[in-house]
Design a protein around this ligand. Structure first.
Ligand code: NAP
Length: 281
């Protein structure tokens, strides 16, 4: 996978304190990008920035404490980034969870709020900064192509509060693809959005799950990567300028999108996302 040095470019990584976000942040710091990670915890932010600096030997690594789980929280994150006075070249949206149950105070299934809505709200909040930078890119964490191929019968006009946790994850994934598709059709300024499969990356996803799942997480972490090569490639390869609305696997190959990804569904998801985001404040 082709990569290029990213000296002078700024990358914002949500979920950057662990897992895929941390792996991506390390790789981009190694390429010389200025990295800003977004986390809800000051302690995690300090630990992650120290780790990224140590790994990359690069000092221009910072963190913003914020919660992209609400529209106002995402705006505060964007304001903090903007206050730094530099544009944003790449946003890597890597928050995610697997064990969340129940509803947010706004009545949205928690799993869907974290795995889809937080990505939507971060992108919306960062849009002015992305538009101010030529050829900026957004990369949203997705899942393995085998999961993508099985996506069907997805609700596109809202989310059922009674949805099961696994259906919430499936719907989140489909909506990420539909969001990327919609923005590809409607964002004229050269700001592209793609979804990627990170491969198997060391993760905290199952660290607060029931014991059996925690063991699965611990075992898979032994085989997992601590870097995410595909984000290095998707963030930096100049031949990908202007390429958006796609899903890439962990080898940087474009994946055929499922039949659910249509212009009509994408427009519906866009409208529904705005309404859902309105409810988070
Ligand atoms: N790891 C893999 O091999 C892999 C493979 C395929 C797909 N994925 C997908 O990648 C996503 C991230 O997985 P990961 O392995 O990076 O997990 P992780 O190590 O648990 O990291 C997830 C990050 O998301 C943030 N987060 C969690 N819940 C949040 C919430 N409610 N609001 C805002 N931020 C929240 C956390 O940030 P703070 O607590 O620091 O704020 C954390 O840093 C998941 O959707 C997962 O399905 C992962």
């Amino acid at each position: 996978m082709r990569t290029e040095r990213m000296v002078g470019r700024t990358v914002v990584v949500s979920g950057g304190a662990s897992g895929v976000g941390l792996a991506a942040a390390k790789g981009l710091a190694r390429l010389g990008a200025r990295v800003i990670i977004v986390t809800r915890s000051e302690t995690n932010g300090r630990r992650a920035t120290d780790a990224i600096r140590l790994d990359s030997g690069f000092e221009d690594v910072d963190f913003v404490v914020g919660d992209v789980g609400s529209r106002s929280g995402a705006r505060l994150v964007a304001d903090s980034v903007a206050a730094g006075g530099r544009g944003v070249d790449v946003v890597i949206s890597a928050v995610g969870s697997v064990v969340e149950r129940g509803l947010t105070p706004a009545g949205v299934p928690r799993s869907f709020a974290t795995n889809y809505l937080a990505h939507f709200m971060l992108i919306r909040a960062m849009t002015p900064l992305l538009r101010a930078t030529p050829n900026s890119r957004v990369l949203i964490v997705g899942a393995a192509p085998a999961v993508i191929r099985r996506l069907r019968n997805v609700q596109v006009d809202g989310v059922d509060p009674g949805i099961t946790a696994s259906r919430a994850l499936t719907q989140s994934l489909a909506w990420k693809l539909l969001l990327a598709h919609h923005l590809e059709r409607t964002a004229p300024e050269g700001f592209t959005v793609n979804v990627f499969h990170p491969g198997l990356v060391r993760s905290n996803l199952l660290s607060s799950a029931p014991l059996a799942l925690r063991l699965v997480g611990a075992i898979s972490n032994r085989f997992a990567h601590t870097y995410c090569a595909v984000t290095d490639h998707l963030a930096s390869d100049p031949t990908l300028t202007g390429v958006g609305g796609r899903m890439f696997d962990n080898h940087g190959r474009s994946v055929t999108l499922p039949a659910v990804v249509t212009d009509v569904h994408a427009a519906s998801v866009w409208e529904a996302s705005i309404l859902l985001a309105d409810r988070t404040d």
